[in-house]
Design a protein around this ligand. Structure first.
Ligand SMILES: Cc1cc2nc3c(=O)[nH]c(=O)nc-3n(C[C@H](O)[C@H](O)[C@H](O)COP(=O)(O)O)c2cc1C
Length: 483
């Protein structure tokens, strides 16, 4: 019944606006703008008999300077159209095939208590309708920069300002290019230029578009400008028969990343610090189709990267091949082999802290041919192995641009502490996080870990914890050491 009444009031408000005389329409526009409401909301209040409430001023931090607009004297506090306790999220839907997922994203954000305003690009409306987005968000969907009613009612500058976070999902290659280059030729790009709110983008596109140097250049520029990213993920694309990196992060992941940005659960212990983290296994090629790998899942390194970013650090995560989504707000560099990982690590320096959680292969095949090794008369092939570069030791031994804290992991199957102490001395790193990765421990690929922190001063035994909790414990311990 309540829903029926609300829908009726909404429909009546829309009808009423259409049927109003121009001068009345103008008065409502002014009154709604002054009260910080949409015209529909204003009319709904009038229809509900609450319309004779005194008009309240727009707080100065929310108000858009308007020339020639009558401004009411301050009266009662403004009944905000958005509950003050709510996070105000502006969702910009770009014109990608993943736009349908953004409808679910609206729902996910609202479930988490956010108020959601929606802006759609022209191309987005080819994929989903403003009607559907409006029905889910419960408000007007903004589409046109030059729509006089919408511009007078709320305006692009207020859309840009009256928000705690802008989420762009899907962020098309085109929108990323516009953002990176400061274009403002439609409502979405103009808002993105005019805002001072944090921006989270969820790129989604065909894998070739994603890996194109222009898109990667734009991405690097956007990250440099402080834009946060989530995804894209690996996997099947919405277009039939396409797979690779370019799939939009799932609505739940985006919603979680958005909320994490809005209310950082972790104190900003590492604000302003730069962390370099490695994670996952490496793949060492045998021939073009085969490789040597290990069972590392990358979960611990990814958890550390997430915790470091949540603590305000500037994080680069150099990741071997894993089946995990890029953590939000982290610059992820994906590599395959140990030598590629070393090159990416050196490229990412300088950093205040380096944490080497990757399980780097100790050896690689000495010579890998250009062709697949065939079964045949020459019998079983002999693989001759050579040692890979030792990334932890290389960085710890640096004289220039050595991070002030170099941390390694020691994954041992026996004599855990003894081996970790030997590793600390040999590699010249500052800390070793030793853990038992024997089969019985369930650490490899599992979600829990028992860490012994070995430093020059001694050994600290941490209790068994989830990998996430290990990550937070480590971040707090690092903050204590370096700040
Ligand atoms: C069927 C179809 C699917 C598309 N999917 C995507 C996509 O997933 N990602 C993307 O960047 N562009 C995609 N495009 C291209 C964009 O729609 C196009 O670049 C458009 O100009 C983007 O506009 P916008 O950035 O203003 O939303 C697609 C185009 C078509 C016809």
């Amino acid at each position: 019944m309540k829903a029926l009444l609300a829908n009726t009031a909404k429909a009546m408000a829309t009808l009423t606006i259409r049927n109003l005389r121009d001068d009345l329409k103008k008065q409502i526009q002014v009154r709604a703008a002054r009260n910080g409401r949409s015209m529909e909301e204003e009319i709904r209040l009038i229809l509900a008999g609450a319309g004779d409430l005194p008009a309240a001023p727009i707080p100065p931090d929310r108000a858009t300077p308007r020339q020639n607009m009558p401004v009411a004297a301050p009266e009662t506090p403004k009944p905000s159209p958005h509950n003050a306790a709510q996070h105000r999220i502006l969702l910009i839907i770009g014109g990608g095939i993943a736009a349908y997922k953004s409808l679910d994203l609206i729902r996910r954000l609202k479930e988490r208590g956010a108020s959601v305003r929606v802006v759609m690009t022209d191309a987005a409306q080819e994929f989903v309708t403003p009607l559907a987005a409006g029905a889910l968000s419960g408000g007007h969907v903004y589409t046109d920069l030059f729509d006089t009613v919408a511009e007078f009612d709320i305006g692009h500058i207020r859309l840009a300002r009256e928000t705690d976070l802008i989420v762009v999902a899907p962020a098309t290659a085109d929108l990323m290019a516009k953002m990176a280059n400061g274009h403002g030729d439609d409502l979405a790009s103009t808002i993105l230029l005019a805002t001072t709110a944090p921006v989270l983008i969820a790129p989604a596109m065909n894998p070739q578009m994603w890996s194109h140097p222009a898109t990667q250049r734009n991405l690097a520029r956007l990250r440099g400008d402080g834009i946060q990213t989530i995804g894209p993920n690996d996997g099947e694309m919405a277009e039939s028969g396409e797979a690779g990196t370019g799939r939009m992060a799932e609505p739940l992941e985006i919603a979680q990343a958005a909320l994490a940005l809005l209310s950082p659960a972790t104190p900003q212990l590492l604000k302003g610090k730069t962390l370099l983290i490695t994670a996952g296994p490496t793949h060492e090629p045998i021939d073009p189709v085969r490789y040597i790998a290990n069972r590392s899942s990358g979960k611990q390194g990814y958890a550390i990267a997430r915790a470091a970013a949540a603590a305000g650090a500037n994080v680069t995560l150099v990741s071997g091949p894993v089946d995990l989504s890029d953590p939000a707000g982290v610059n992820v560099v994906r590599v395959e082999s140990a030598r590629e990982m070393l090159a990416a690590v050196e490229q990412a320096l300088p950093a205040d802290v380096a944490i080497f959680a990757a399980a780097v292969a100790d050896w690689r095949v000495a010579s890998t041919g250009g062709q697949k090794i065939k079964k045949g008369a020459s019998g079983t092939p002999e693989l001759s192995l050579v040692e890979n570069p030792d990334i932890l030791s290389t960085v710890a031994h640096r004289t220039k641009a050595r991070p002030s804290l170099v941390i390694g992991f020691a994954a041992e199957t026996e004599k855990v502490i003894e081996h970790a102490k030997a590793k600390l001395a040999k590699k010249k790193c500052d800390w070793i996080l030793a853990n038992d990765v024997s089969e019985e421990s369930g650490v490899m690929g599992g979600d829990r870990n028992t860490i012994h922190l070995v430093t020059k001063a001694g050994v600290e035994d941490w209790p068994e914890q989830s990998k996430n909790d290990v990550a937070h414990t480590l971040i707090a311990r690092i903050a204590k050491e370096i700040t």
